[in-house]
Every structure is written in structure tokens, then in C-alpha cells.
Write a protein that binds this ligand. Structure first.
Ligand code: NAP
Ligand code: MG
Length: 478
């Protein structure tokens, strides 16, 4: 049974409560986790605060860098165990779980390498003055992590924060926290001091809400639903602390008549079925130029129908969705699409022999006559793709921007001018041209516009988000 990591100790919840962890593969309870509550969060925040004025706070940038790089090595040395935990928790195919753990290690390598290279500024000012701007940690940072890529999201959120010298309190999702707890143990093993990195497991509305509302945190990083994201921003506002919100998307592929079909089709299928569509950057809409619509859909349908959902050991295209809620939600959207007379162009299959009570859903490709269905505007978070035709560039941009979200976009065309016009016209934090998604891509600044949230993670920009500046003005006149 996993324990929480608070102040360098592996602990149970103060009140002793436990939560069942259900396997998405067969719907059965396979372990328990502590049900952390307000008092556990309080202890974790206190430990983090204390570490800033003692051990962890005394590390210089090189010391932080070395520890982070060591943790990256430890993650890779324990890849089999961590991938196994991730696979059991989320139901991901083994290859996907292994790739995710490799990305987690990369976060510690990347930000570990950067920790001692964050420079300040010297600003020319009035005569007799010298001005320097230095970077300082924010203090205690809170990290609320979703279940879709627990290990990766943990790395994305926590590594830049530790690199900048903050102390972290992490609340993983109750549905998938095992790899995160184990990495926090590894952090202790490689020498992170007590309190630098704390993990409180539990329910969102208990441990999560207590952390977001805690008066002694200085920053919140949140990835998850819009509904909870709004609550997080309100909680942050109460104590006037900053938050970074990553609230999902409804990203579109825009395919023009001059696109190369082969690479576009491969990327479109992968972009919606990978991780069973439970990816904030999933390419869940396909905008297709009318002149190639039928031909492209026929080719796409052939590839889409080859997708298979199965158990992690089967190592097929995708696994189950995370829980019964998501299972009902995704199937509900598929039923709604059928009820709205959207055409089912192709479906993948659920492999023979999967447990009857697992949360497996059938990958489904719809064609819609226009952009009016909710399936084209709401985040489904499952392997459901909806295609719709467009006439010209102008209409393509209008449709690409016709949702509340703005996380990613992809443009498929060989026309150079059009590539740039589209990239500039699409409202999103990232736009891909003749490709899709970063598959980790931790070097690339990432985040949303509109209801997809605000703030940036990944890349060096995350180091700025996770720190603050201090301007020191020295008068040296007589
Ligand atoms: P969610 O509730 O927003 O969960 C995200 C994280 O927030 C989890 O760690 C969750 O903990 C925590 N949380 C929940 N309620 C909280 C609260 N009141 N205060 C503080 N933290 C809280 O998302 P979900 O219900 O699991 O999934 C619903 C939908 O959200 C999905 O269908 C999808 O559309 C979207 N989603 C998006 C992403 C993304 O990558 N952008 C990731 C996940 C979900 P618990 O899980 O323990 O409750
Ligand atoms: Mg939840």
C-alpha cells in the first residue's frame, strides 16, 4: 500500500482514512491509498515552508541541479517498476507507460541542467545607480495533478519548481497516484532534504481543495477540468497568489486539398486514440477541405478501423479509460452523436478477451455536416473524432477558432504562405504544421489561450513562471 510523503517520512493520513484504488482494466480494487485531509495538507505545507529556511533553502543552484539530475538517473534505473505502477493505475499499454516514465526522467534532466543557468539582468539606469534584477523562488508551490499522465504531469509541474528552489506540495489524482508517490520516495533516496517535495494523496474536494485554499502557499499549478480550474483560480485569488491553469482543449487538425494524405492520416489517428483520447492536446476535431472530403475520409476510415483497445499486456493502440465516470461520459457522447445523426464513418475494436468489467470504449470516427454538434465543441476526453468540411482558408480559421478552448492546432498543407497564415490565425498555445503533438516535447513552451487556461509550462519559460524577480537598486553617488 502506498503512503504519503510528508517531511521526508512515509506516512498514513492523520485520521487514518484509506481510499480504494480501482483498476480500469477490470474494475476491481487492487490497492489502497491514504485519504489525506486538511491536517495532512497542513503538515505538508509546514514541512515545505520549514525546508525553505533550512536544508533545502541552503542548496545553491549547482546543488539543486546535481540532485535533480540524480533523480533523473534514479527514475530511469527504476523504469520497469515505475512503468508497471503507471500501467496498473491508468490501464495504459506497457509501451506508453514506459515512454511516459522516460519523459518524466527527461523533465528532471532538462530542468536539472537548467537550474544553475538562470541569469539575472543588469539594467542601465540613472547616473550614480546600479540596478540588477535577480530571480528568486516563489516559496511553497502547490501542484494538483490529473490522472491522464500522472508521471509526466508531475515532472512538468514539479521539476521547474524545484529547479528554482521552491518547496513543493503535490496532490495527485485519487485515480492515479502510485508512480508519483514512488518518485517522491526516490527523491528522498537520492538525497532531497525532508520537506522539499511532499505528496498528499486523497480526494480532490478534500486534500485538493485544502491545498488550493491553504493560506501559506505561494503558487498553484493545476491541470484538469474547467470546473475545478475556476475554483482553483478563486482559491488563489483569496490569498493573492499566482496560478497556472491547464484546462484542456478541443484541438483541430485543418487539412487542405494539397496535403500529403499518408502522414496526415497517421498523425490524425494517433492524435485521438493515443492514451485512449485522454490527452488535453488530443486532436479531437478534423476540419477537412470539401474538395477532398470523401476521398480523405475513406482513407482515414480504413486506418481508424485498425485501432484496438486492450489490456496493457496486449500492448495495442490504447487501453481502457480511467474510471466508470469517464466510461459513461465517453459512451454518452458516442450515443449522442448517433442520436444526432452524425455518420459513423469507422470504429476501432475492443480486443477479444478483455475483462468484462474493464472500462474499454470503442474508438469512433464521426462525420458531421456542419460545426453545430456539442461533439465538436465540448471536450470528450475519449477516442472520439468528429470531421467536418470547410470551403476555404477563411472558413477554416473561423471553424478552428469556433470553440471556447485554445490549446493546440495543426495545419496540413504544402503551401508555405498558407502555413504561416493559418498558424497565425489559429488561436492556440501551439500550432503544428504538417505534424501533430510533441510527444513529451518538454523543450517547447506549452499552455492555452481562452478557456484552455493561462500561464506556460515546459521549456525555459516554466522557470520564469515558477519564480519571481527582485529589482535591487544601488545608489553610489556622493
Ligand atoms: P478534475 O476533477 O479537474 O481533476 C483534476 C485534479 O484536480 C485531480 O487531482 C483532482 O483530484 C483535483 N481536484 C478535483 N476537485 C478538486 C477541488 N475541488 N479542489 C482541488 N483539487 C481538485 O478532473 P476529472 O473530474 O478527474 O475529469 C473530468 C474532465 O476533466 C475530463 O473528462 C476532462 O475533460 C478534463 N480533464 C482534463 C485534463 C487535462 O489534461 N487538461 C486532465 C484530467 C481531466 P481527484 O481526481 O482526486 O478528485
Ligand atoms: Mg475527479
Amino acid at each position: 500500500m502506498a503512503k504519503m510523503i510528508i517531511n521526508g517520512q512515509k506516512v498514513n493520513a492523520v485520521q487514518g482514512g484509506l481510499l480504494d484504488v480501482v483498476s480500469p482494466i477490470d474494475g476491481k480494487v487492487f490497492t489502497e491509498i491514504p485519504r489525506g485531509q486538511r491536517e495532512d495538507v497542513d503538515l505538508a505545507v509546514k514541512a515545505a515552508r520549514q525546508s525553505l529556511s533550512s536544508d533545502w533553502g541552503n542548496f545553491d543552484p549547482l546543488g539543486r541541479s546535481r540532485l535533480m539530475l540524480e533523480l533523473g538517473v534514479a527514475i530511469l534505473e527504476n523504469l520497469d517498476e515505475l512503468a508497471d505502477l503507471e500501467m496498473k493505475d491508468t490501464g495504459k499499454p506497457l509501451a506508453t507507460a514506459r515512454a511516459d516514465i522516460t519523459v518524466l526522467a527527461r523533465y528532471f534532466e532538462y530542468y536539472g541542467g537548467a537550474a544553475d543557468k538562470v541569469l539575472g539582468q543588469v539594467i542601465p539606469y540613472l547616473n550614480d545607480y546600479s540596478v540588477q534584477v535577480i530571480r528568486e523562488p516563489l516559496g511553497v508551490t502547490a501542484h494538483i495533478i490529473p490522472w491522464n499522465y500522472p508521471a509526466q504531469m508531475f515532472g512538468r509541474s514539479v521539476a521547474p519548481s524545484l529547479a528554482m528552489g521552491n518547496a513543493c506540495v503535490v496532490k495527485p489524482a485519487e485515480d492515479a497516484c502510485l508512480s508519483i508517490v514512488r518518485v517522491a520516495e526516490l527523491a528522498l533516496e537520492v538525497g532531497f532534504p525532508a520537506g522539499a517535495l511532499n505528496v498528499v494523496t486523497g480526494l480532490g474536494e478534500e486534500a485538493g481543495a485544502s491545498l488550493a485554499e491553504h493560506p501559506d502557499i505561494n503558487f498553484i499549478s493545476f491541470t484538469g477540468s474547467n470546473q475545478v480550474g475556476v475554483f482553483i483560480q478563486q482559491a488563489a485569488a483569496k490569498h493573492a497568489v499566482k496560478c497556472v491553469l491547464e484546462l484542456g482543449g478541443k484541438s483541430a487538425h485543418v487539412v487542405f486539398e494539397d496535403a500529403k494524405f499518408g502522414p496526415a492520416i497517421a498523425a490524425i489517428v494517433k492524435g485521438i486514440v493515443h492514451n485512449t483520447g485522454q490527452t488535453c492536446t488530443a486532436g479531437s476535431r478534423l476540419l477537412l477541405q470539401a474538395s477532398i472530403y470523401d476521398e480523405f475520409m475513406q482513407e482515414l476510415g480504413k486506418e481508424f478501423s485498425k485501432t484496438r483497445a486492450g489490456t496493457p499486456e496486449m500492448d495495442l493502440t490504447c487501453g481502457p479509460v480511467i474510471n466508470k465516470n469517464q466510461f459513461d461520459r465517453v459512451n454518452g457522447y458516442i450515443e449522442k452523436g448517433i442520436a444526432q445523426n452524425l455518420k459513423v464513418v469507422a470504429q476501432g475494436q475492443i480486443a477479444d478477451g478483455v475483462p468484462a468489467d474493464g472500462y474499454f470504449v470503442t474508438p469512433t470516427l464521426f462525420s458531421a455536416p456542419d460545426h453545430t454538434s456539442e461533439l465538436l465543441t465540448e471536450e470528450i476526453f475519449g477516442p472520439v473524432l468528429v470531421a467536418v468540411p470547410f470551403k476555404d482558408e477563411e472558413e477554416a480559421i473561423a471553424l478552428a477558432n469556433a470553440t471556447d478552448y485554445g490549446l493546440l492546432g495543426a495545419v496540413w498543407t504544402e503551401n508555405g504562405g498558407r502555413q504561416m497564415r493559418m498558424a497565425k490565425g489559429i488561436q492556440a498555445g501551439q500550432v503544428y504544421i504538417n505534424g501533430f503533438g510533441a510527444g513529451g516535447g518538454i523543450e517547447l513552451p506549452f499552455g492555452g489561450v481562452k478557456r484552455s487556461g493561462h500561464g506556460r509550462e515546459k521549456g525555459l519559460v516554466a522557470l520564469e513562471e515558477m519564480s519571481t524577480t527582485k529589482t535591487i537598486v544601488l545608489f553610489h553617488g556622493k
